[in-house]
Design a binder for this molecule. Structure first.
Ligand code: ZN
Length: 311
C-alpha cells in the first residue's frame, strides 16, 4: 500500500496569455512543450503541458491559459510553490539568466540544507530552483541556451499552504506513504521513498493565512502518480474509506485521473503513468501540433483559427 503513490505526476496552474506562457516556459526556463491540446472541459482554450523530453511523470507542469483572466491570489488551501531540481553549481547561471530576461527572483537561500533560488513567472506563479542532495540523476531536456549542466531536471517538490497541516499530513502519511522528514519553522517536509525524485511535499502551516483565489499565477491542482489504473482504483477505495468524496475515473487521453479535495482545501489528483504523451504523437514531434481528444475533434477547424498562435 505505502508504495502505491510514486511522488508527483504533474502540477496544473492558471496563466493569462498563452503566448507569454509558451515563451516563458520553453525559452526562459527551457522546458519542452510536450502537448498542445485544449482544456477538455472548456475546449475554446488551450491546455499546455511542459516537461522533459517525453513528459515523464514528475516533470510535467501544465497550464490553462485564459487571456485577460487577471491575477489570482496565492493563499491557504492551495499549492503555493513549485520546486524544480537543478544541477549543483547552476544557480549563478540562473540568476544571470533571470536578470537578463526580466524575471523576478529572490536572494540565494537554503532550505533543509539545500540551496535554492526563488523566482516567479510573468503571471506571478511562485517557483524555485533547488540543488538537491543527493544529486538528481534524471536526464534534463536541453535547449540551444540551456545545456545539461544547468537545465532543470523535473520537480523537486511542491509546497502546500494550509491553515492547519494535521489532516493533510494524515493523507500524505496514512494513504500516500510519505513520512515527516523534518521541520524548519512552520514548514514541514514530507518525503516518500517510493521514488528517487519529485518525492517531496512541504506543508506550510499559516494559521491566520488568507484563502487563495484561483486565477492567473496560481496553482489549480497537484497530481500524484500511480503505476496504472488498477493501483489507481485501489487508491480510490482507500480514499473513499476515509469518508472523502472522489470523482470517478476520467480519461485525460495521456493519463487516467481521479480528483478529490483534501481536508486542507487543496485539489488533489491521482494520475496514471499510462498511456503517456506518445499516445497520439511520436516522441520527436511532441507538442508540435494541436492534438484534440475525440469528443472535441469536430472543433478543429474553428480552434485552429481562434486559438492564439504560439512561438
Ligand atoms: Zn491534472
Amino acid at each position: 500500500m505505502s508504495k502505491n503513490i510514486l511522488g508527483l505526476h504533474h502540477i496544473t496552474a492558471i496563466a493569462g496569455s498563452a503566448q507569454q506562457n509558451y515563451g516563458f516556459y520553453t525559452n526562459t526556463l527551457g522546458l519542452r512543450l510536450v502537448k498542445k491540446t485544449v482544456n477538455f472541459d472548456d475546449p475554446g482554450t488551450y491546455h499546455l503541458y511542459y516537461g522533459d523530453e517525453r513528459g515523464s511523470a514528475g516533470t510535467i507542469l501544465t497550464f490553462f491559459p485564459w487571456d485577460g483572466i487577471g491575477p489570482g491570489r496565492a493563499g491557504v488551501g492551495m499549492a503555493t510553490e513549485i520546486g524544480y531540481s537543478v544541477p549543483a553549481g547552476s544557480l549563478d547561471f540562473w540568476k544571470e539568466r533571470f536578470a537578463a530576461h526580466n524575471v523576478r527572483f529572490g536572494e540565494l537561500n537554503s532550505r533543509f540544507d539545500e540551496q535554492l533560488l526563488t523566482f516567479e513567472d510573468h503571471d506571478g506563479l511562485a517557483m524555485s530552483l533547488i540543488v538537491p542532495k543527493p544529486d538528481d540523476q534524471r536526464l534534463a531536456w536541453e535547449t540551444a541556451e540551456i545545456k545539461r549542466d544547468t537545465a532543470t531536471k523535473g520537480f523537486h517538490s511542491t509546497t502546500l499552504s494550509l491553515q492547519r497541516i494535521d489532516e493533510t499530513a494524515k493523507i500524505l502519511t496514512d494513504l500516500f506513504g510519505y513520512t515527516l522528514q523534518g521541520q524548519e519553522g512552520n514548514r514541514y517536509r514530507f518525503v516518500t521513498d517510493a521514488v528517487d525524485n519529485a518525492a517531496i511535499v512541504d506543508l506550510l502551516e499559516i494559521p491566520d493565512g488568507q484563502a487563495g483565489r484561483n486565477a492567473a499565477g496560481t496553482n489549480h491542482h497537484v497530481a500524484f502518480r500511480v503505476k496504472n489504473e488498477e493501483v489507481q482504483m485501489e487508491m480510490r477505495e482507500l480514499i473513499r474509506s476515509k469518508g472523502l468524496q472522489i470523482t470517478p475515473q476520467i480519461d485525460r487521453d495521456y493519463f487516467f485521473s481521479l480528483y478529490f479535495r483534501e481536508p486542507g482545501g487543496v485539489l488533489f489528483e491521482i494520475a496514471t503513468e499510462n498511456p503517456g504523451f506518445t499516445a497520439d504523437e511520436p516522441l520527436a514531434e511532441l507538442g508540435s501540433q494541436l492534438m484534440l481528444p475525440k469528443q472535441h475533434a469536430h472543433l478543429r477547424e474553428d480552434l485552429e483559427k481562434t486559438l492564439p498562435k504560439l512561438g
